[in-house]
Design a protein around this ligand. Structure first.
Ligand code: FAD
Length: 340
């Protein structure tokens, strides 16, 4: 077991968890951050890294991945310790501290816990195809798109009928050698404007719409994909040349062990006191998409504000003998960067 001691453990390295590290650092509190994913950024990085976001204050437009890069730069002076690819499996309460344990034998003692776990630990819904793991290992089957440039001159097959499938078909069609979109129904469940654009590109011959078909099997050598085999509703098969398959069948989101900690949870959301972001359990806070109170807006900017409330409330548990003096960042500066 790897043992650590810190002030605050933040569960979830999405945008809101990352900003909590900054706010905590401004009050001289150190953080360890745990995430099940191999990378930081939560939904922004996993689901829509290349999409522009338009409602981050002072950024008329910023790509989701760039927002995460900027947050990482902002929190860097506060030296957070990351435990990525780790899922929190246990929380043990002691008189004035908690012990948080992950599935990778990491054990952290801390004065407060901030849960910024979004919708829970998420992973893709994988299609039940034989040997799919072999193709996942080589990157022939992927569940998220990190860089559009990786798809240049590739034969791309996208499966699914929702927003992700349609949006990525629109984004990848201009760079791919060929792009096919497979759906088991002729009707797509994406935003009407996106569906119109899709139909336009199909008419122009830039996208091959293969409906109503389902994925049947994969063909290739040593995990390198060559063909995706489809079947229609009567079982008639059809082969598509493919270098990469992107199935977008949604995400499974699991709160996992968090659901068993006695927190006030309703439909995968944790009830908090909006003034403090503290849950029904002392020293445990929830912020971002997972936190709920009347009138809650699930937006990144709301989560940023909630993280400020949470760390200001957590301060008393970390420094019980030192009163908190409120100071602007313009007065206080940032760790190594003094205010001018
Ligand atoms: P998340 O981003 O969900 O991050 C939570 C993290 O916690 C994840 O990385 C997860 O792996 C981790 N985690 C969960 N459980 C555990 C566990 N037990 N142990 C360890 N780690 C765990 N919002 C806007 O404000 N503006 C927009 O324009 C906008 N556009 C969007 C477009 C799309 C397509 C989507 C899907 C969302 C959009 N959102 C937008 C919503 C925004 O992304 C979320 O509000 C935001 O990501 C919430 O941040 P978070 O940090 O609370 O949670």
């Amino acid at each position: 077991m790897k043992e650590f001691n810190t002030d605050i453990v933040v569960i979830g390295a999405g945008p809101v968890g990352l900003f909590a590290v900054f706010e905590a650092g401004q009050l001289n509190m150190k953080c360890h951050v745990i995430d099940t994913l191999e990378f930081t950024g939560g939904q922004c990085q996993a689901l829509y890294p290349e999409k522009p976001i338009y409602d981050i204050p002072a950024y008329p437009e910023i790509k989701a991945a760039e927002l995460i890069t900027k947050l990482e730069a902002q929190i860097e002076p506060h030296e957070p310790v990351f435990h990525l690819n780790n899922q929190v499996i246990r929380l043990v309460k002691h008189s004035d501290y908690y012990e948080v344990t992950t599935n990778k034998e990491v054990n952290i003692k801390c004065k407060a816990v901030i849960i910024a776990a979004g919708c829970g630990a998420f992973g893709p819904n994988r299609p039940p195809l034989q040997d799919i793991e072999k193709y996942e290992k080589t990157g022939s089957v992927k569940y998220l798109v990190n860089k559009i440039a990786e798809y240049e001159n590739k034969n791309v097959v996208i499966a699914g009928g929702g927003d992700s499938a349609v949006d990525w078909a629109l984004s990848l069609a201009p760079v791919a050698k060929s792009l096919s979109i497979i759906h088991r129904r002729p009707k797509f469940r994406a935003a009407p404007n996106s569906v119109s654009q899709l139909n336009e590109l199909v008419k122009l011959g830039k996208i091959d719409m293969v409906v109503p078909y389902q994925l049947h099997s994969l063909k290739g050598e040593n995990g390198k994909l060559k063909e995706v085999i489809l079947a229609d509703m009567d079982g008639h098969e059809k082969a598509l040349e493919a270098d990469v398959l992107l199935p977008f069948y949604g995400l499974s989101m699991e709160l996992g062990p968090i659901a068993e900690w006695g927190l006030n949870i309703d439909k995968k959301h944790i009830a908090v006191n909006q003034a403090t972001m503290e849950t029904n359990i002392e020293r445990i806070f929830a912020i971002g998409d997972i936190a709920h109170y009347e009138g809650k807006l699930k937006l990144i900017l709301t989560g940023f504000s909630e993280s400020a409330f949470a760390v200001h409330s957590a301060y008393k548990y970390v420094f019980p003998d030192t009163p908190l003096h409120f100071e602007y960042s313009t007065t206080k500066g940032v760790a190594h960067k003094e205010a001018s």
